[in-house]
Design a binder for this molecule. Structure first.
Ligand SMILES: Cc1cc2nc3c(=O)[nH]c(=O)nc-3n(C[C@H](O)[C@H](O)[C@H](O)COP(=O)(O)O)c2cc1C
Length: 240
C-alpha cells in the first residue's frame, strides 16, 4: 500500500486511529477538526512548510484541517476584535477540537508572529472559550542544532490557554536541510516524529471529544459561583 500524497510514509505501518481501540462508541459523527497555526511571514518559511506537512498527515488520519495564515493579522490591540483577520482566527479556534502550533525558534524563543496569534485568542469572551479543553500538539523549527526552547514555551502557553497538550512533540533541527525544492519534508527520523505526533493528536482529540467541558471543570470556579449565588440571594433578601 502507498499513500500518493505521503511518499515518505511506510503505509503498512500506518494504524488509523480507531474508535473501537479507544473504547469509544462506533458512531463518530464528524472528523476531528484541527486548526494549525504557524509563526513566520517568510515566503520560504520552514514552519509553514512543516505546518502543511502536518496537515497532509492529519488528513490521512481522517482529520478535517484549517491552516490560519498570519499575514495581515494586526498586532494585538492595534485594531479592535472585529477586524476580519481577528474574527477569522477566533472563529477557527472556536471551530477546532484540537490544534497544532508550529513556531520557529528565534533568539531562543517563540516568534512575535506566533505569540501575536495566541495573544489575540481570549481565554474567555462571554460564554465562549476558544481554546479551553481543546487538544494541542506543539512543534518547532530550528536554524541550529537541536533545541527544545520553543516547544517548552508552547507547552507553557498551552497550559495558560487551558488546553490538553499531548505528550509527544516535534523539534526539527537545521530545518533548512529537511525540506526539498518542492517544499516537501525529506524522509528522516524528524519526519517520522511528525507522523507520530499527528497520530497521537488525532487519538487524544477523539478521546477528549464530548468530555472537555467536564475535564476542565474546576472546584475553585464552582466555589466562586456558589459564593456569587449566595451574594445575589442576600442582595435579593435585603431588597425585599
Ligand atoms: C534573528 C534570528 C534569530 C534566530 N534565533 C535562533 C535560535 O535561537 N535558535 C535556532 O535554532 N534558530 C534560530 N534562528 C534560525 C531560525 O529558527 C530559522 O531560520 C527558521 O527556519 C525560521 O523560521 P521560518 O523558516 O519559519 O521563517 C534565528 C534566525 C533569526 C533570523
Amino acid at each position: 500500500m502507498t499513500f500518493d500524497d505521503l511518499p515518505n510514509v511506510t503505509a503498512d505501518a500506518i494504524d488509523l486511529p480507531d474508535l473501537d481501540k479507544l473504547g469509544l462508541p462506533a458512531e463518530a459523527d464528524h472528523a476531528p477538526r484541527i486548526l494549525i497555526l504557524y509563526g513566520s511571514l517568510r515566503p520560504q518559511s520552514y514552519s509553514h512548510k512543516l505546518a502543511l506537512e502536518a496537515e497532509r498527515v492529519l488528513r490521512r488520519f481522517g482529520a478535517e484541517t484549517r491552516v490560519f495564515d498570519p499575514h495581515e493579522l494586526p498586532l494585538l490591540d492595534s485594531v479592535d476584535k472585529h477586524h476580519p483577520k481577528v474574527r477569522e482566527l477566533r472563529e477557527l479556534s472556536q471551530w477546532s477540537e484540537g490544534q497544532v502550533w508550529v513556531s520557529p525558534e528565534r533568539h531562543g524563543a517563540v516568534t512575535g508572529v506566533f505569540k501575536n496569534q495566541i495573544d489575540w485568542l481570549p481565554l474567555e469572551d462571554g460564554s465562549v472559550r476558544p481554546t479551553q479543553g481543546r487538544t494541542l500538539a506543539v512543534m518547532q523549527v530550528c536554524g541550529g542544532s537541536q533545541s527544545f526552547n520553543v516547544v517548552n514555551s508552547l507547552r507553557l502557553l498551552g497550559r495558560w490557554m487551558r488546553m490538553v497538550t499531548i505528550p509527544n512533540q516535534s523539534s526539527v533541527a537545521k530545518a533548512w536541510q529537511e525540506f526539498d525544492d518542492d517544499g516537501r519534508m525529506k524522509p528522516s527520523p524528524y519526519y517520522d516524529r511528525v507522523v507520530d505526533v499527528m497520530e497521537e493528536l488525532v487519538k487524544f482529540t477523539l478521546l477528549v471529544r464530548g468530555r472537555s467541558d467536564y475535564l476542565v471543570d474546576r472546584y475553585s470556579e464552582r466555589k466562586g459561583d456558589v459564593a456569587a449565588r449566595e451574594l445575589a440571594r442576600q442582595a435579593a433578601v435585603t431588597a425585599a
